[in-house]
Design a protein around this ligand. Structure first.
Ligand SMILES: NC(=O)c1ccc[n+]([C@@H]2O[C@H](COP(=O)([O-])OP(=O)(O)OC[C@H]3O[C@@H](n4cnc5c(N)ncnc54)[C@H](OP(=O)(O)O)[C@@H]3O)[C@@H](O)[C@H]2O)c1
Length: 316
């Protein structure tokens, strides 16, 4: 990895920042492509004490511009993803077309390694447009670059995650939390540090070429179990209210009017399917990584949501 040039898309995001940090300590030369470099560059650049981090915008619609940017690269990592569509960005463009363009450009530039971030549940036949676009992205990448490594995590948890942080923040404000579909959907939350380690390891190992890995933590939980665990960690008692998928869809229809909707109808569709590592999948273990129990990391970063009595109890 030392002194090798690696271009990373989505390096400013939650998972991306952990990947950048790991590559930096390996003394890689990292090029982070971001639409908002002016904002994120300041956060990422201090990591350059060990690696070298440069960044900036790039015309993602131009395969020729991408090919030119990839000259001399050892690897390209694509972590770009969105949770909902807006007038300016669609799943079809961001999660299906763009990965194909990046893969074709990487092939044309002679880049040896490519990692594509997907998600458990990626399926061309899914009722969820998010999951269909992730599957189309995988197919487009495989068609252009068969040796690419595809990474499919379950929910990723860590200090800046969008899962526990979001529900803990809601629990601070609301007397009750909804259990969509009764809270029975199963998840296998995985620590962001393990996901970043998997991506970096996948770049290094010969036997990872062309493989798809599904990443999950050591344990499977229902959504209700995860909510109960989160409430126990922050020391707050809240009502957990079952909400049918149909009612959740109705609610989501209204919430979709918000600029950053907390729930969409597409996400309700996703919740109808368990989000766990398949029995026959290649996993963290095949990459030599022992998954970290979430109980070792979550209490640390949810501490700021604790009730006063829970804070006092933690201090004593
Ligand atoms: N977090 C999870 O639980 C989870 C689970 C399964 C799969 N994943 C996948 O993992 C990847 C990273 O997730 P994350 O949680 O780190 O996401 P995140 O924090 O939202 O970061 C997303 C990144 O994508 C970039 N991006 C978003 N829309 C873009 C667009 N239209 N054009 C160019 N860049 C765009 C952003 O870069 P700039 O704003 O700097 O341009 C940002 O760095 C995604 O592909 C996601 O689907 C995440």
């Amino acid at each position: 990895m030392r002194h090798r040039l690696i271009t990373i898309f989505g390096g400013t995001g939650f998972i991306g920042r952990h990947v950048v940090r790991r590559l930096a300590v390996r003394h890689a030369r990292i090029r982070v492509v971001s639409r908002n470099w002016a904002v994120h560059g300041r956060d990422l650049q201090p990591m350059a004490a060990v690696g070298q981090i440069v960044g900036g915008p790039l015309d993602l619609s131009s395969e020729a511009a991408l090919t030119e940017a990839f000259a001399g690269n050892y690897a390209v990592i694509n972590l770009i993803g969105i949770l909902y569509e807006t007038r300016r960005q669609s799943f079809a463009e961001v999660q299906a077309a763009l990965p194909g363009r990046i893969a074709r450009a990487a092939r044309a530039a002679g880049v040896p390694r490519l990692v594509q971030m997907s998600a458990i549940g990626a399926d061309p036949a899914s009722f969820s447009a998010y999951a269909r676009s992730k599957a189309e992205g995988e197919q487009a990448v495989r068609a252009a670059f068969p040796e690419a490594v595809v990474i499919r995590p379950s929910i990723v948890v860590g200090p800046e995650d969008g899962f526990f942080n979001r529900f803990a923040a809601l629990a601070r404000l609301l007397p009750a939390l909804p259990l969509i579909g009764g809270g029975r959907t199963r998840f296998q939350p995985v620590w962001v540090g393990d996901v970043a380690a998997a991506i970096v390891t996948a770049l290094e190992r010969e036997d990872a070429r062309g493989q798809t890995y599904e990443l999950g933590g050591p344990q499977v939980y229902s959504f209700e179990e995860l909510m109960r665990y989160m409430l126990q960690v922050i020391g707050r008692k809240r009502l957990l209210m079952p909400l049918s998928f149909d009612l959740a869809r109705l609610k989501a229809r209204l919430l979709e009017w918000l600029p950053e909707p907390p729930l969409t109808r597409d996400q309700v569709e996703l919740l109808k399917t368990d989000n766990v590592v398949a029995a026959d999948a290649r996993t963290l273990q095949e990459l030599g990584i022992t998954p970290t129990p979430i109980e070792l990391v979550v209490p640390e970063y949810l501490a700021r949501y604790r009730s006063r009595p829970a804070q006092r109890a933690a201090r004593s």
